[in-house]
Design a protein around this ligand. Structure first.
Ligand code: FAD
Length: 401
């Protein structure tokens, strides 16, 4: 068997020291109540939970490891960033607000004006300002270039009219990054402009959509004569499609969340030690063990691919491959969690996912929230572009148009 030597061994040792540092930070700063709530799948239903954790990370200088140091990044290597994400996911830390830190932040520091960087980056890092994504419309989902929300130049402003849908957390957001149509004459993609819109602007209405899991994540957002200053445009008018695609690449990598998948894998192993099949532990069932090994191998392979992407050794288009594989792995894991729980899996109780076990309830604590999580994770193969669309992108990448 090959063993590590020299620099590789030193790198591994340094990485291990770093891993311990991250673990110690989490142990010191993440309150048990918050950790347990995230573990139960209640994540994303409280703005305060996210802000609390993001501010802790900000104080430590760790709010946005992937950002350049000059804008508040950490300067960590790709491997260190992966260790950090892994540990945060495994320890059930709340997410940093993804629309801010992972999606619009990189677009602003790459394509924004100095004034935009000055205005927006710090509040994103500190979780003082939250963002939402105004891409999808009732007539434009997979075919995003069909979008019809219109922006007409008027003096120093754009007058915006139209509607967005499935806008995650618009009800908490201070700002929206939004795709609007400024030209309908040529190729559809060439008439799209990327705007930053203050959600407090007169003329914006946010209407909740309550989803099948009874949670309120989604919204419809309506724009009626909303005036947006031209200085809130990212880059050039009509080039919004380029920035929009770059942002989708960041979103697809953000969706992979391998640390969280590992946490689910570890939990599955725990459940399988408790669950019985014909009197024997489920973990000893050969068919189950084969499935478990398969999903673990696939997760490790996806992590290795992510590392190549983070190290810049792979085409950014690989984000579609990663999104496709990782969302499938995550869904498989949540399905296996339900299967392992047997009849306990039938319980669906959002309140319990928030508050934890109630007295006298025979439901084992590790079963709480699994039903909620299973339903929520069905959405992973749709959000950020469906699996079919990722396959189309991958096919185009390999075979051309
Ligand atoms: C959890 C979640 C969060 C979301 N958050 C946001 C958000 O914050 N902001 C935002 O703007 N949007 C958001 N969305 C919307 C998301 O981007 C869209 O749902 C997605 O792009 C698909 O669009 P659609 O729902 O209109 O489905 P459609 O585009 O109508 O697709 C319906 C079906 O047809 C298939 N299909 C369509 N075109 C093709 C094709 N060319 N080839 C093969 N199959 C095709 C699709 O794969 C799908 O199965 C969110 C969605 C989810 C699930």
């Amino acid at each position: 068997m090959a063993t590590m030597s020299g620099p590789a061994q030193e790198d591994a040792a340094r990485l291990e020291v770093f891993r311990q540092e991250v673990r110690a930070f989490i142990a010191e700063n993440l309150p048990e109540e918050l950790r347990a709530r995230v573990e139960r799948g209640y994540d994303l239903l409280s703005r305060d939970d996210h802000s609390f954790w993001q501010k802790k990370l900000y104080d430590r200088g760790w709010a946005a490891p992937a950002w350049p140091v000059q804008y508040g990044g950490t300067g960590w290597s790709a491997a260190m960033r992966q260790v950090f994400e892994d540990e945060c996911g495994r320890a059930s830390c709340p997410r940093t607000q993804p629309q801010g830190v992972k999606m619009i932040g990189p677009i602003i520091f790459t394509h924004g004006t100095p004034a935009q960087k000055e205005r927006f980056l710090q509040p994103i890092l500190k979780s003082d300002e939250w963002w939402c994504q105004g891409y999808s419309e009732p007539g434009a989902g997979s075919d995003l270039a069909a979008l019809s929300t219109r922006a007409v130049a008027e003096g120093g402003h754009y007058r915006v009219n139209g509607q967005k849908i499935w806008t995650t957390l618009a009800h908490w957001a201070d700002w929206m990054f939004c795709l609007v149509r400024t030209d309908s004459s040529g190729r559809r993609q060439e008439g799209i402009t990327f705007l930053l819109i203050d959600m407090k602007s007169p003329g914006i209405t946010v209407r909740p959509i309550v989803s099948l899991d009874l949670a309120h994540h989604f919204n419809e957002v309506f724009f009626q004569d909303v005036m947006v200053p031209m200085e809130n445009r990212i880059g050039e008018e009509g080039r919004g499609w380029t920035y929009a695609k770059a942002l989708l690449g960041h979103e697809r990598v953000a969706i992979t969340e391998h640390g969280r998948a590992h946490e689910r894998l570890d939990r599955l192993k725990r459940i399988a030690r408790e669950a019985r099949i014909n009197g024997n532990e489920l973990i000893d069932d050969a068919a189950f063990r084969a499935q478990l090994a398969q999903v673990e191998i696939e997760l490790m392979a996806a992590q290795a691919t992510t590392l190549r992407l983070l190290e810049g050794q792979a085409s950014p288009a690989l984000s579609s491959v990663l999104k496709l594989r990782s969302s499938e792995i995550t869904q498989r894991l949540s399905r296996m969690n339900l299967d392992a729980l047997g009849p306990h899996a039938l319980r669906f109780d959002l309140e319990q996912a928030e508050q934890g076990p109630s007295q006298g309830d025979p439901l084992p604590s590790f079963a709480i929230g699994r039903g909620v999580e299973y339903l929520r994770w069905r959405a992973l193969t749709v959000a950020g572009g469906t699996s079919e669309i990722q396959r189309n992108i991958i096919a185009k990448m390999i075979f051309g148009d």
